[in-house]
Design a protein around this ligand. Structure first.
Ligand code: GLA
Ligand code: CA
Length: 694
């Protein structure tokens, strides 16, 4: 029934177009203007992977004295050497800017997100801001790659401590860290990995938070456990090393099978919905492999995390990490994160909302400023994404379906791009050399970007209006808004909803800007502001016409999240996914993008890869696949008392700074510790049962 309706809608819209078609003058793109000069304030010290850490046994191990005295000596915990794996991950002192650290203190975070619960593996958000990054460890790790020499660029080992490829490149055997334990002392094994794969990635009823699906690891890929500590991947492609990036945050971070399995529908009477919600935010001491464990939660107030006594990483002197005994997260707003970090009542922020740049810079400039603020490259950018599914993803009604048909018209996307005055949009966020015009696609200034391959449909209202006339969108009732052609959505006004995240000032101002600029071309863009978690589920479900979106790391790094650069699978892309029947109605240029991305994944040849990404950028921008808006640099703000912050840490590259700074190695010299810990000398308790225990 639905299909028939859609087919009709599409056909009649096309009919409308050809009947009224006033052929607009061919609109030629230009190359984008060069972004204003903006130099990053510090550069990384580049090293090889083996300079950062290795896995090996040390002669002896140590931990905070209070842990030994209050927990080991009282028989409540085994000695630290028995809690660590036989060969822990050992960070090398030479790579630690301030060397071996001292225990204690807390990193006080402030966030605008809210936790849904701990079942990250079934799609629950913990509120972002690096909470999940601190809790869940993944097979590989990529945040710190910003400091790895280009010739050696490959994801860092993590839970997978080493791997080797078969001769033909179709099999990848991974060796997991042996003898590591979850934060409740339960052994971590390949069973945890297989449970994540079988019952989350492969189970179509479960969507892990960052959207891991079977295609995230390539069509036809299989995974099996050879023994407790060995897993084997089999790929249809040969040497698809790209998937090692997919095994990092957030697509391959397994959960504790011993806690999750009893609640999973395949092993219990629970429904999938009950499984998702089986570990609400009130569930304390959820077992993790990360350095800190949640021990306290108060809605709209705080999440506190204490050190994981089973953490499996140490420094070269054998001190068990993390150095910081506690992390906490004030549940406030993202703008407040900037304010508090600059003022010194918070310790960390990714300064990423340009509206607060001028004030933050002024306050950080004084000598007695509590925090260090350092700008990086232009890696934060926003796009306007249009829902490209014409065959039912998100179950659109008649109006929404008519919008989808428009979204799928190149002239329409060009018109929208040409109606946007990006200079004005950027200046409205912040004046100065920060924002740059962003045509869409790969960010200017990044490794794979090529200006000559970038088509820019810049601000030109007249041309935009002509294109819309040519599409048969005429204001038939004279109220200033163009109407759909007769027979399409009842010939009603073209009203398009713009889904935006209300938690960020920047998202809101961009959405408002779009609303105002669309009015100029007779399109009513209705801003639909939703809180982050709701916004995310509407996007996941395909229930949006347009969406204002802060780009993911694939547009910056290309190698992280590569599969998401195009709809390479039914559920991997931001704005074009399959309908319920699993059908993906790709336009010819989208198929071209898919082929380019797959070819990129399949070749290790660097020249070929660069060439492919030039093609990608050309096809993407010539077709205005999404409408780029603005691109600008962010700054990392960290309180000055913290040591071991790596030089030139970007707020966003392969991952967010919360991963890249390697928080488990950060420390505060004992003499500088201000006594901010909320639960000093306590450790996580029983899963689900108690909060911190002393
Ligand atoms: C949010 C914030 C980012 C970063 C990430 C980490 O998206 O806006 O700055 O902290 O969370 O997940
Ligand atoms: Ca009208």
């Amino acid at each position: 029934m639905r299909k028939v309706l859609f087919a009709l809608g599409g056909a009649s819209l096309l009919l409308g177009i050809s009947a009224i078609a006033v052929k607009a003058q061919a609109v030629e793109p230009t190359t984008p203007p060069d972004p204003p000069e903006f130099a990053a304030q510090s550069e990384p010290v580049f090293v090889g992977i083996s300079d950062i850490f290795e896995y090996r046994a040390l002669d002896q191990y140590a931990e905070p004295q209070w842990v030994t005295e209050n927990f080991v000596d009282t028989g409540r915990l085994p000695p630290v050497a028995e809690r660590l794996p036989a060969e822990p991950l050992v960070y090398k002192s030479a790579n630690m800017p301030d060397g071996i650290g001292e225990y204690g203190d807390v990193m006080r975070h402030v966030i605008g997100g809210r936790p849904e619960g701990w079942n990250y593996f079934a799609g629950q958000s913990q509120g972002w801001g690096g909470i999940d990054i601190g809790l869940f460890e993944c097979l590989t790790r990529t945040g710190p790659l910003f400091m790895v020499r280009a010739e050696e660029l490959e994801p860092l080992p993590n839970l997978a401590r080493s791997w080797e490829w078969s001769e033909d490149g179709h099999e990848l055997t991974m060796h997991l860290i042996e003898g590591a334990k979850w934060s409740d002392g339960h052994p971590f094994t390949s069973d945890d990995v297989m449970f994540f794969w079988q019952d989350h990635v492969l189970d179509p009823n479960v969507s892990p938070l960052n959207g891991a699906t079977p295609e995230s690891f390539g069509d036809g890929t299989t995974l099996e456990a050879l023994d407790d500590y060995t897993i084997k991947w089999t790929f249809t492609e040969s040497f698809p090393t790209q998937y090692l990036y997919q095994m990092a945050y957030g697509t391959f971070c397994p959960g504790p099978a011993h806690i999750l399995r009893p609640e999973h529908p395949s092993y219990s009477d629970n429904t999938y919905n009950e499984y998702v919600n089986a570990f609400p935010a009130e569930f304390m001491s959820f077992p993790v492999m990360g350095a800190w464990v949640p021990v306290e939660y108060r809605p709209d107030d705080i999440i506190v995390m204490r050190r994981n006594p089973y953490y499996w990483k140490v420094d070269e002197d054998g001190n068990q990490l993390p150095y910081l005994d506690e992390l906490y997260y004030r549940l406030s707003s993202w703008a407040d994160r900037d304010v508090q970090a600059v003022a010194g009542s918070g310790d960390f922020s990714n300064l990423e909302q340009p509206e607060s740049y001028v004030e933050a810079l002024q306050r950080a400039a004084s000598d007695d400023a509590p925090a260090r603020l350092q700008f990086g490259a232009r890696t934060i950018g926003y796009s306007l994404q249009m829902n490209m599914s014409g065959n039912g993803w998100g179950e659109p009604d008649e109006r929404a379906q008519a919008v989808r048909e428009l979204n799928r018209e190149l002239d329409f996307r060009k018109a929208v791009s040409m109606a946007i005055d990006r200079q004005r949009l950027g200046d409205a966020l912040v004046r100065g050399p920060f924002t740059a015009i962003y045509p869409g696609g790969l960010f200017a200034g990044t490794t794979y970007y090529d200006k000559e391959s970038t088509a820019y449909y810049g601000y030109d209202l007249e041309a935009a209006n002509q294109l819309l006339d040519g599409l048969g969108l005429i204001d038939t009732d004279g109220d200033g808004i163009r109407n759909f052609p007769e027979g399409v959505a009842g010939g009603q006004n073209v009203e398009i909803t713009v889904l935006a995240n209300t938690d960020y000032n920047t998202d809101r101002s961009l959405a408002d800007g779009i609303n105002a600029m669309m009015e100029e071309i007779g399109i009513r863009a209705i801003v639909n502001l939703q809180q982050g978690n709701t916004r995310d589920s509407l996007r996941q479900a395909g229930q949006f016409d347009w969406s204002v979106w802060r780009e993911g790391s694939e547009m910056v790094s290309v190698v992280q999240g590569t599969v998401g650069l195009a709809p390479t699978g039914p559920r991997v892309h931001d704005f074009h996914r399959a309908n319920e029947a699993g059908e993906l109605d790709l336009l010819p240029f989208e198929q071209e993008l898919v082929d380019i991305v797959n070819a990129f994944i399949a070749t290790p040849d660097l020249d070929e890869r660069a060439e492919l990404m030039r093609d990608y950028q050309r096809v993407f921008t010539e077709n205005v696949y999404s409408v780029g808006l603005t691109q600008y640099p962010g700054a990392l703000i960290i309180n000055k008392r913290f040591k071991n912050i790596p030089e030139g840490t970007p707020i966003f590259l392969y991952n967010w700074a919360e991963d890249s700074v390697i928080r488990e190695r950060l420390f505060v010299p004992v003499d500088d510790q201000p006594g901010h810990e909320l639960h000093p000398q306590t450790l996580p308790g029983e899963p689900g049962g108690s909060g911190p225990i002393s």
